[in-house]
Each structure stands twice: as C-alpha cells, then as structure tokens.
Design a protein around this ligand. Structure first.
Ligand code: HEC
Length: 122
C-alpha cells in the first residue's frame, strides 16, 4: 500500500513538472527554452518586441511575439517551422532580405534555444 502511494506521489510530481510552460530543460523542437529566455533578455529582443514571460519586453518596433508557436508564417514570408525560425533568428536579412530586423549576431545553438522558448508561446 505504501509503495503504491509513493508511486502515485512520484507520478504527480512528474506530471506537475511537465505542465509548466517555458521552464523545461528541453523542447520537442530541440534547444533549452530556459536558456533561450535568458538569451532573449541578454540580446535585448524586448526593445523591439513584446514577449510574454520576459520582464520588460514591451517594444513595439516589431510585432508582438505572443502565440509564435501556433502562427503559420514568420515575418509574412516563411512557413513557421523550427528550421525557418532558427534561420530567421540567426540572420533575418538572409531569411527575408530587406526586412527591418537587424542581425543579432547569435550563434546556431543560441538561435536554437531562443526558438525553443518562442515555441512555448501558444
Ligand atoms: C531593432 C529592433 C529589433 C530587435 C532588437 C529584434 N527584432 Fe525581431 N523583428 C523586428 C522587426 C521590425 C520585425 C518584423 C520584420 C518583418 O515582418 O518584416 C521582427 C520580426 C521578428 C520575428 C517574426 C515575427 C512575426 O510576427 O512573424 C521574430 C520571431 C523575431 N523578430 C524575433 C526576434 C528575437 C528573438 C530577437 C532577439 C534575438 C529580435 N527579434 C530582436 C525588429 C527587431
């Protein structure tokens, strides 16, 4: 009986961890969303974008990044896939020439972590 109760308690703890958004160590699309959130703060993405869950990210130069996980298109051009999102974050000018977002000089693994965070925004 005690063993069953312990198992039940462990299952509840695990289920609780799974249900929290944006705090997991890994993402189904690769990368670490928690590290991605730190990088978003460090890179000052919030100067230009409103980003849920990022303190002070209230810019209006670019669009709000809310619901980025469930949108169909990135920047009006690219199908919203993890590959395209990483490419966009890595080098917006190469992805969609002539748009207004600057190259943020991020590395591949940094773009992957930021993508992981943006895909928690449903
Ligand atoms: C100097 C302002 C500026 C900064 C800083 C900036 N962006 Fe942007 N961003 C823009 C603009 C402007 C657009 C709109 C481009 C377009 O649609 O042509 C954009 C578009 C985007 C999009 C596509 C949004 C959509 O609605 O399709 C994403 C995702 C994005 N930015 C992520 C980031 C991330 C992550 C960072 C930080 C690493 C960042 N941006 C930093 C200006 C900025």
């Amino acid at each position: 009986m005690i063993a069953i109760l312990l198992l039940l308690a462990a299952a509840l703890v695990l289920a609780g961890c799974d249900s929290r958004q944006g705090t997991a160590e890994t993402s189904p699309v690769g990368g670490n969303p928690r590290h991605g959130a730190d990088l978003i703060v460090k890179s000052n993405c919030g100067l230009c974008h409103e980003i849920p869950g990022i303190a002070g990210a209230e810019g209006h130069v670019g669009p709000s990044l809310d619901h980025m996980a469930i949108r169909t298109i990135i920047a009006g051009f690219l199908p919203n896939t993890p590959e395209n999102m990483r490419a966009w974050i890595r080098n917006p000018q190469a992805a969609v020439p002539g748009n207004a977002m600057p190259n943020m000089e991020l590395k591949d693994d940094e773009a992957e972590d930021i993508t992981a965070y943006l895909y928690t925004l449903r």
